[in-house]
Design a protein around this ligand. Structure first.
Ligand code: 1GP
Length: 240
């Protein structure tokens, strides 16, 4: 197992270089369109492709990653809703703990269930503290995890949760408003978290306009993840 993807993210964060990942949900993608999708992602200048969803039919992720690999050299990072989405065909795995929630299934159970899939694996495993912020919708991560998101107003709790994640040894913090969120993570949360952690910060959920994207970067996001807007408002995003 190498740790080159994490190192690249850390280096970019140190230098202030901003990164972009496009999220593909295997449940929503027609695999026949993957060659075109890969080209579109590269045209946008994205750095990574994230693959995952809250609920994905078994086996689909592996098929999608295998086809994608034939059409792009961009690193593919798994962002799984559960351990069944792990495939060795990807380059790395965000090993997520849902730190904002109090459901043991997503704090430690899924992580233990993932071990048999990961033993002897060449996947780069990146310990990631995942923090769900209220994006104004009942997002699928909220429904599946059965946890309460942190309110946008509770900057203190969001920040202290991120700091606790760093103290626990996470290598990345991921602030998530949920896919299709009405409102992205508020800039004041992004900037407070960024000021208080010394590890790279990922922000995603509900980012649909260039202004929201720029705001996320300006306030301290090192890596922004975009899913819905890539599928629905591609022209707004191009070129970054
Ligand atoms: C990644 O779940 C998000 O953090 C993706 O959200 O689909 O709203 O871009 P969108």
């Amino acid at each position: 197992m190498t740790n080159s993807i994490l190192k690249d993210i850390q280096k970019a964060s140190e230098k202030g270089n901003k990164l972009l990942a496009i999220l593909l949900d295997p449940d929503k993608i027609d695999i026949h369109n993957l060659p075109k999708i890969a080209t579109k992602i590269e045209d946008l200048g994205a750095n990574y492709i994230f693959v995952g969803g809250s609920t994905v039919e078994n086996g689909i992720t592996e098929i999608l990653v295998a086809i994608l690999k034939k059409h792009t050299k961009l690193p593919i990072i798994l962002f799984p809703g559960d351990c069944s989405q792990i495939t060795h065909k990807a380059d790395a795995l965000l090993f997520l703990s849902l730190l904002s929630g109090r459901n043991p299934e997503f704090l430690i159970e899924q992580q233990i269930k993932a071990v048999p899939y990961l033993k002897n694996s060449t996947l780069e495993i990146i310990p990631t503290g995942y923090i769900l912020i209220d994006g104004g919708t009942k997002s699928s991560v909220l429904k599946v995890s059965k946890t309460t998101p942190i309110p946008q107003k509770n900057i203190k709790l969001a920040t202290e949760t991120a700091i606790a994640g760093m103290y626990k040894g996470k290598q990345l913090i991921y602030l998530e408003a949920g896919s299709g969120a009405k409102v992205p993570v508020h800039p004041s949360i992004v900037s407070s978290v960024k000021k208080n952690i010394s590890i790279p910060l990922i922000v995603g959920g509900g980012i649909k306009t260039k202004k929201q994207l720029t705001n996320a970067y300006k306030n301290g996001a090192d890596l922004v993840v975009i899913g819905t807007a890539f599928e629905e408002h591609y022209n707004i995003l191009k070129p970054f």
